[in-house]
Ligand binder design. Structure first.
Ligand code: NAD
Ligand code: TYD
Length: 414
């Protein structure tokens, strides 16, 4: 076959999910190369995220699984793929605690199958095309484990210490990708980003969940004392970092990507409430903060993530551009303007998840005045609004017929 050195396509796995969709839209807006999106359309994948490029001749959507090696081999060959950008994953820590099997299946075995398909394909390429090929493994800072308040941030040489089934499965995939580079010379690049936020994030993750619950008059469930720290990275900054890595990073290299925005969860939730108070006030005049409720902590909850990103700044000249306060404001606006999108992704499966994860989480210790968390946040008004017990609150908060079925989302697959 001919050599796809430049002008070959990008194969983007998981491109109908949150970061993948932002990446595909961003790429097609800025770069000329075609994109093939491969996505299994799990609960987290949504073709509506790619609606604006549905008619773009440079974009092809394929409904399929990364573990389907025959399919991946055909796509690589037919589209003369020059780079794989691998986002596809089960991505939610709480779900990995409730059911780790899918995480091992997709994140470990699926990633392995993709690496093997890439290795076979690259073996068929002439030297120049093989040298130009890239496999970008999109990973997470969570593989590094959990930091104390005074610990230095994660660097690219921090030893892996994953502590949830999710981060363990991502670490396993990272090791397999690294092995493919060292053993077979597959030109792998690995990135470890911090918590992303922005448009199209599925409302199971902290920021969109809080916006959704606030707007529905439901409680805002803060795990434990709410003092866990995450470094928030706007998804547009993540996309620009990935473009820089693809364009300029040496094969075999590894880069951390952060937002330089470390914040405790409770501060994030309070800021969201203040933004909602300003942009879409409650009809009763009370603050959305009245809905904050401390609930039982996540098992094995990592206390703090923080990113040392000197390497990507020094090597590739990349730095985050979005200030957290502005990024959060834009994100709140986006969710307020796209409440129909939120309703569309709220399938029956989503409601079952809310029930599974939040029913029976009793109010946590912080709500009873533990040090580090201001007292009085397990708000009585939200409890009154949602019913007496947690079970009652959860069931009254989730109407059985809310949302729409996901089936129609899957009808567009080509
Ligand atoms: P997401 O859950 O929103 O989307 C995942 C996408 O992958 C969905 O479209 C889903 O349908 C698809 N998918 C799942 N299994 C698949 C399979 N077997 N074959 C093909 N497609 C499949 O996830 P996200 O938040 O966009 O995360 C993307 C990547 O970035 C993941 O690898 C995740 O580990 C990593 N990451 C995310 C964050 C974050 O804050 N969201 C932070 C660090 C790293
Ligand atoms: P999440 O968005 O699930 O990302 P991750 O676990 O990958 O960091 O959670 C971000 C933080 O918010 C994490 O410390 C857990 C916390 N959290 C809550 O306090 N309540 C919630 O309902 C959720 C979903 C998360």
């Amino acid at each position: 076959m001919s050599a796809p050195i430049t002008g070959g396509a990008l194969l983007v796995t998981g491109g109908a999910g949150f970061i993948g969709a932002n990446f595909v839209l961003d790429w097609l807006a800025r770069e000329g190369d075609p994109v093939v999106t491969l996505d299994a359309l799990t609960y987290a994948g949504n073709l509506a995220n790619l609606a604006t490029v549905a008619r773009d001749p440079r974009h092809t959507f394929v409904h399929g699984d990364i573990a389907d090696r025959a399919l991946v081999a055909r796509l690589l060959r037919e589209h003369q793929v020059r780079a794989i950008v691998h986002f596809a994953a089960e991505s939610h820590v709480d779900r990995s605690i409730a059911g780790p099997d899918a995480f091992v299946k997709t994140n470990v075995l699926g990633s392995f199958a993709l690496l093997e398909a890439a290795r076979e394909y690259v073996g068929t390429l002439p030297d120049s095309a093989r040298a130009a090929f890239r496999f970008l493994q999109v990973s997470t800072d969570e593989v590094y484990g959990s930091l104390g308040p005074q610990d230095p941030p994660f660097s690219e040489t921090t030893a892996f210490d994953p502590r949830s089934p999710y981060s363990a499965s991502k670490a396993a995939a990272d090791h397999l990708a690294s092995a493919a580079w060292h053993t077979y010379g597959l030109p792998v690049l690995t990135t470890h980003c911090s918590n992303n936020y922005g448009p199209f994030q599925f409302p199971e993750k902290l920021i969109p969940l809080m916006i959704r619950n606030a707007r529905r008059g439901e409680r805002l469930p803060v795990y434990g004392d709410g003092q866990q720290v995450r470094d928030w990275l706007h998804v547009s900054d993540h996309c620009s970092a990935l473009r820089a890595v693809l364009a300029r990073a040496a094969p075999g290299s590894r880069y951390n990507i952060g937002g330089s925005s470390e914040r405790p969860n409770l501060e994030v939730v309070r800021t969201l409430c203040a933004l909602l108070d300003e942009l879409s006030p409650r009809t009763d005049g009370a603050s959305y903060a009245a809905q904050i409720a401390f609930v039982t902590d996540r098992p094995g909850h990592d206390r703090r993530y923080a990113i040392d990103q000197r390497r990507i700044a020094d090597d590739l000249g990349w730095q985050p551009q979005v200030r957290f306060e502005q990024g959060l404001r834009d994100t709140v606006r986006w969710y307020l303007e796209h409440e129909d999108w939120v309703r569309t992704v709220e399938s029956g499966e989503y409601r079952r998840w809310l029930d599974l994860n939040y029913t029976g989480r009793d109010p946590g210790p912080a709500g009873h005045g533990s040090p580090g968390a201001p007292s009085g946040h397990a708000d009585t008004r939200s409890q009154a609004a949602g019913g007496g017990s947690d079970k009652a609150r959860a069931s009254s908060a989730i109407p059985p017929d809310a949302g729409t079925a996901p089936a129609s989302r899957k009808g567009h697959a080509r």
